[in-house]
Design a protein around this ligand. Structure first.
Ligand code: TYD
Length: 224
């Protein structure tokens, strides 16, 4: 017997695979090129582990098999110019995979996830600097992540020129001209205002230890 279209069972399928209760904490690190995010992410992980926390460190794009393959397309200069929307979709695709397979399971376990870049990178780089539009990229990423927002985002701030002087400029996006990277920083300054309830700014100048101390001054308030 046919129950009609509304009688068809979907089998309770969710693209996010059992969202469940997320007990953990998601901390993202953001910044322009050469701002020291990866070093600070490692140091933060060490700090939290010393205090008995279980920490999952992820970097974007990547962190899953599919994500690493997408990363190659995105960062290899041989890819050449990508349509900005294609670029935004690829970053979001890698993120969707990472959120479903790594971040959500870790948060469900009650772990702390430290993300070396997350959705704010897409908002700044693709939404503003590439001109895709903040709203479109925000909607895309809300879909990709199932609305998973960080509990805290630390923006590591330094001048674009100082940051670029620290990197080798090997990947496709690092190789963009100075004006592109200045737009990225400008975009972050907007995001810091829009998402003031979760974003903090840390001066990223000076040695790694000094910057680490500044980072943990924000962390220790929320992670006991
Ligand atoms: P990566 O080698 O991880 O550099 P970094 O140490 O600066 O994080 O390369 C990531 C590059 O991809 C970087 O130039 C920023 C860019 N990016 C985006 O444009 N959008 C995004 O959503 C993400 C995650 C990164």
């Amino acid at each position: 017997m046919d129950d009609g279209i509304l009688g068809i069972s979907t089998g309770g399928l969710s693209p996010f695979k059992g969202t469940g209760e997320l007990k953990g904490t998601l901390i993202s690190l953001e910044g322009c090129e050469g701002s020291g995010k990866s070093t600070q992410a490692e140091m933060l992980k060490g700090y939290l582990e010393e205090r008995g926390k279980t920490v999952t460190l992820v970097r974007e794009p990547g962190g899953t098999d599919a994500g690493e393959r997408i990363r190659e397309i995105l960062l290899d200069p041989q890819t050449g110019e990508l349509a900005p929307i294609a670029e935004a979709l690829l970053f979001a695709a890698a993120r969707a995979q990472l959120v479903r397979d790594v971040i959500r399971p870790a948060l469900r376990e009650g772990n702390i996830v430290v993300a070396d870049r997350y959705t704010d990178s897409s908002l700044a780089y693709q939404g503003v600097a590439r001109g895709c539009g903040l709203e479109a990229v925000k909607n895309l990423n809300d879909w990709a992540t199932g609305d998973l927002e960080p509990n805290l985002t630390v923006f590591l701030d330094m001048s674009v020129k100082d940051g670029l002087a620290r990197v080798r400029g090997e990947d496709r996006i690092e190789q963009e001209e100075l004006a592109f990277h200045e737009n990225v920083r400008y975009a972050y300054s907007m995001l810091i205002r829009i998402f003031s309830y979760r974003m903090v700014v840390v001066d990223a100048r000076g040695g790694p230890e000094d910057v680490h101390d500044r980072v943990i001054s924000h962390i220790s308030r929320m992670v006991v």
